[in-house]
Write a protein that binds this ligand. Structure first.
Ligand code: ATP
Length: 551
């Protein structure tokens, strides 16, 4: 579904008719009131009973107040519901886009789109309904003035056209500035998120002041956008404020002449003046038009997120197999570079395969293909003969586990961070033991129930949890430098566990350590995006260039 102003506005669903109805009733009472008050004036002048007109006027005023209250409630509920709906969809789109989908976005900017901008976007429905409903009183005034006297309607019409022109220009300019404002806000969030992620480096480098200037350097730009918004608002407000009294004066002047000529009564002149005021009141719509503009900007920024392509998954289950991993003519290219070129590999199931090569050779890219964290630009990656995109998501994630050099731990507790929906506590505990995570977790006061934010961890401890999370995979383990921060003894123990893996899974291990490569059954030596050689470590070691890879 494409995300447009209409589709977001319509999502207001059940509340929109309520908002529209209350706005219309409000308009109707606003239109009826001058006539009723005019009749009261005529009744008073004629000495007739004016009591019933006053009762009707009171009822109209009461109905207007009730409608306004309902409108406020319905508007709030509608915006809250639409915001929640938008945020659900935005978060789902970002998460389902995988690591590649959101690469173009700055994380902080994405957060500002999902948080603040979604609320702006959610105003679309109520704001649009309010603007449309607000057209009813001036149109009604025009018709009722024409009923009283066509000349009154003509005087009124000229003024209202001017007010509408002012509002139109205001709406266009405000839409542009709202978008620029939201974009600058997003960039500030992006810079702040970046700084928080690198706060250790910034503090260590003593560049805190420079960082502060870098983040806050965008504030003047934000200030300019804000200032421009207020200037346009003030200018349009002033123009509307000038036109408003002119409409009133024009209608009163024409009405006065018509009264003198006896074409209208005093009550009708009174009503005409009230209608002129209602028409001129169009100028006060700037607030809600500003909301429409902000909603449009928020929707445009949401639509960019909805354009992220989600990673499609097939429907196949994996047939029984040893975990044979095949790269068939795989190339990965970005707009500027070829990261992997025509990779042909057929890795036997159950083997430990080390991937080595100099920095930037493409080892992590190869690992991410094996774990299906990205898809190749050409060729395919197969597990036991099935292309990874054809496998259903559940089967893929049960079969393939991936651990990284700097794992991100998510969840409330340590236990959450390493558990999976499909894996019970017994297997999770076994994984924690196998990866030596259990050693340090059991020393924590609350063990696996320790809240993550309260658990300061070393790089090695974090890596052990990352390994534990990946461990239960039943066919292929991809470890991308995932043991680089472990002390030598622990690395050796985990390496031995991996080598003697009793589940006989295929293990693809990206490493910079010669000892890890030496323990593997097979080594894939990558260089500048190509496979330079495949073979046992001892054989490759004869080549001086291979030895150089390990310094
Ligand atoms: N999504 C991407 N877009 C553009 N370039 C990328 C992307 N992912 C990786 N690269 C580039 O591809 C090259 C290989 O990166 P990769 O992380 O696979 O290297 P590596 O062999 O794992 O290096 P290291 O040992 O330093 O971790 C690098 O030049 C990297 O900048």
């Amino acid at each position: 579904m494409t995300t447009t102003f209409g589709s977001v506005a319509r999502h207001g669903g059940g509340w929109l008719p309520v908002i529209g109805l209350t706005a219309l009733i409000n308009s109707a009472t606003m239109l009826a009131l001058p006539t009723v008050l005019g009749r009261s004036v005529d009744a008073i002048v004629a000495g007739d009973g004016y009591g019933r007109w006053l009762v009707i006027a009171s009822a109209l005023i009461g109905a207007g107040i009730v409608c306004s209250l309902i409108d406020v409630f319905a508007g709030t509920a509608c915006v809250a519901g639409t915001t929640a709906w938008l945020r659900h969809r935005l978060v789902r789109q970002v998460v389902r886009g995988g690591p590649e989908g959101s690469r173009e976005f700055d994380p902080g900017d994405l957060v500002s789109r999902v948080s603040g901008n979604a609320t702006d976007a959610a105003q679309a429905g109520p704001a649009a309904v309010t603007v449309v409903a607000a057209m009813a009183p001036p149109i009604g005034s025009l018709v009722l003035l024409a009923v009283i006297d066509p000349w009154l309607a003509a005087a009124f019409f000229g003024g209202v056209v001017l007010v509408i022109a002012v509002l139109f220009v205001f709406a266009r300019r405000t839409a542009e500035i709202s978008l620029a404002y939201q974009e600058t806000q997003g960039r500030i969030s992006g810079l702040l998120t970046e700084a928080l992620a690198g706060i250790r480096t910034i503090t260590a480098a003593g560049t805190t002041a420079r960082e502060e200037r870098r983040i806050l350097g965008l504030l003047p730009e934000l200030h300019q956008h804000g200032l421009l918004t207020w200037k346009i608002l003030a200018r349009s407000g002033a123009q509307a404020a000038v036109v408003g009294p002119l409409v009133l004066v024009a209608v009163l002047a024409v009405g006065g002449l018509q009264l003198v000529d006896g074409r209208i009564t005093a009550g009708e002149l009174f009503a005409a003046a009230q209608y002129a005021v209602i028409g001129a009141g169009l100028g006060s719509l700037t607030g809600v038009i500003g909301e429409v503009a902000r909603a449009r900007a928020g929707i445009q920024r949401a639509a960019e997120v909805f354009a992220i392509e989600t990673v499609p998954h097939g429907t196949l289950a994996l047939p029984a197999g040893p975990g044979r991993l095949t790269f068939d003519g795989v190339t990965v290219a970005t707009a500027d570079a070829v990261l992997l070129e025509n990779i042909e590999l057929d890795l036997p199931g159950g083997a430990t395969v080390a991937v080595v090569g100099p920095s930037g050779a493409g080892k992590s890219v190869l690992a991410s293909l094996a774990a299906r964290l990205r898809d190749p630009s050409a060729g395919q990656v197969l597990l036991d003969g099935i292309p990874l995109p054809a496998v259903n998501r559940h089967a893929l994630r049960a079969a393939v586990g991936c651990a990284f050099e700097r794992p991100t731990l998510v969840g409330t507790t340590i236990g959450d961070a390493i558990s999976h929906d499909a894996v019970g506590p017994v297997r999770t505990l076994a994984a924690a033991r196998a990866t030596h995570a259990h050693d340090f977790v059991s020393r924590l006061p609350e063990g696996y129930f320790t809240p993550l934010p309260k658990t300061p961890m070393s790089g090695g401890e974090r890596q052990r949890l990352g390994l534990a999370r990946a461990w239960p995979a039943n066919r292929l383990l991809v470890l991308d430098d995932a043991t680089s921060s472990l002390d030598t003894a622990t690395e050796m123990q985990i390496s031995n566990t991996l080598t003697q893996d009793r589940h006989h899974r295929t293990r693809l291990i990206v490493t910079h350590r010669a000892a890890t490569a030496a323990r593997a059954d097979l080594v894939v030596w990558l260089d500048r995006g190509r496979v330079r050689a495949v073979g046992p470590h001892q054989e490759l070691w004869q080549d001086a260039s291979y030895r150089e890879v390990f310094g």
